[in-house]
Design a protein. Structure first.
Length: 414
């Protein structure tokens, strides 16, 4: 009988761990529990389900059946409800119990729903997190004409764009002075803001919603804290995400922001590991513990956890806390390391054109590259990531970094 591995959450981190375990342990018994109905899929693609550019079949992670063929049992619709760390058992919401020798918590994150906005449980209110959310939004958008997006983060922008492409009228209500405030200082966002304005997204900043208004068809409007109201038939809440740790309530496991992870991805409990959005990892720039919402980070940490679960002691070297490489309104964007520099003493260099913006950030003493923000022109972003993440010595290349003339040749050893 092989070793029993149970993985709670079958997405980026969980599936990367499952595949890694299978490579290292041919006889192990791998069970992935997922509380979603769908088989594992590439989550960043779900906005394309809203506008119909992709079908679920297009975004499944490895095609139907491949996990079974690889000896990985993916149990969809099985949510872990409680864990008994003494008896090494997971019990699901429907009452089944699974014994484990090694367990991974890769339950990701769940949308944060502010308590000070009334009516967020109304019909027609969504948060874009799962395939099923995207399908629900696609359906509601067939009859809705006006949508209000609460929050100006990247997920809401992606959802807003998908809805604009479906010819709905979209208003985004943002409490911060500008969209994408988690990723950049307000004044740096201008190329994105221009593109959003040109695309017809109506953005209102510095304001908050207080209540979702309803009638017999569900959502019919949103009330704002300045006393005004916006009529709409659909609302999408994008106010950030929080680690999904509810099923661990009542256990002795250490949770601080997310699930504590030691350098080897082990939690505070023996034989229990964690990876992905739910886990606390070290940011290599700041050295601080952080939770991250990035697919690449979840995969890297999942692979590392898989190695550790099979006994190959491997240190997880951390992730760039806010590293994000994406596209908003057809504008490519890379944000990594420390990029919020307003009122800071970091050495900052910015270069802008009408459509592009590049900012790089050095430590206060100017000896280390600690952040970079590229909008519209993301050429050589990978080199900057390498320098930041590997804490490379920048003697002799600093001016190339500043002038954007750096290339990999600068790091070749003689
Ligand atoms: C719309 C959207 C767009 C995105 N775009 C990008 C992008 O462009 N680039 C990027 O890097 N990242 C992007 N992300 C973020 C990225 O998808 C996440 O960082 C990544 O999916 C995290 O993977 P994970 O495995 O840690 O967790 P998740 O993907 O959150 O998966 C966790 C899984 O565990 C399940 N689960 C939770 N609790 C239980 C339980 N008790 N029992 C069983 N199962 C459970 C959840 O339902 C979920 O299926 C995007 C996310 C969204 C929602």
């Amino acid at each position: 009988m092989g070793r029993k591995y149970v993985i709670v959450g079958g997405s980026a981190a969980g599936m990367a761990a499952a595949h890694t375990i299978r490579k290292k342990d041919r006889n192990g018994n791998i069970t992935v529990l997922s509380n979603e109905k769908a088989q594992p899929y590439f989550r960043p693609m779900i906005p394309y389900i809203i506008n119909g550019k992709k079908r679920p079949d297009d975004i499944f992670l490895s095609g139907s059946g491949i996990f079974t063929q690889g000896g990985i049992s993916v149990k969809t619709g099985f949510g872990a409800k409680s864990i008994d760390f003494q008896k090494k058992t997971v019990t699901t919401a429907s009452g089944e119990a699974f014994l484990y020798d090694k367990i991974l918590f890769s339950s990701g994150s769940t949308p944060y729903l502010p308590e000070n906005i009334e009516g967020l449980d109304s019909e027609g209110v969504f948060s874009l997190k799962t395939l099923s959310d995207a399908q629900g939004m696609a359906k509601r958008s067939e009859t809705a004409t006006h949508v209000v997006m609460l929050g100006g983060g990247i997920l809401n922008l992606k959802a807003a764009f998908a809805l604009l492409e479906k010819k709905l009228s979209v208003t985004m209500v943002v409490y911060s002075p500008e969209v994408l405030s988690q990723l950049m200082d307000p004044k740096d966002a201008f190329p994105i803001r221009n593109a959003l304005d040109n695309a017809g997204l109506n953005i209102i900043t510095g304001i908050s919603a207080t209540q979702v208004l309803t009638d017999s068809s569900g959502v019919c409007g949103v009330a704002l804290d300045n006393g005004s109201q916006i009529a709409c038939q659909m609302v999408c809440v994008g106010k950030g995400v929080v680690p999904d740790t509810g099923f661990l309530n009542g256990n002795d496991i250490k949770i601080d922001k997310g699930i504590f992870s030691d350098p080897y991805t082990q939690t505070s409990i023996k034989d229990a590991y964690t990876a992905g959005d739910v886990a606390v990892a070290i940011d290599p720039v700041t050295g601080e513990k952080t939770v991250t919402s990035l697919w690449t980070h979840a995969v890297e940490m999942g692979i590392c956890a898989g190695l550790n679960m099979t006994g190959s002691k491997t240190v997880y070297t951390g992730t760039l806390g806010i590293m994000n490489a994406t596209q908003v309104a057809d504008v490519p964007l890379v944000s990594m390391g420390i990029v919020h520099t307003k009122n800071s003493e970091y050495e900052t260099h910015a270069k802008k054109t009408r459509l592009t913006y590049r900012k790089i950030v050095f430590s206060k003493d100017g000896t280390r590259l600690i952040g970079a923000l590229f909008i519209g022109d993301i050429k050589n972003a990978g080199i900057y990531r390498y320098v930041i993440r590997e804490k490379k010595n920048i003697n002799g290349i600093k001016s190339h970094l500043i002038n954007h003339t750096v290339h990999y040749g600068h790091f070749m050893q003689p």
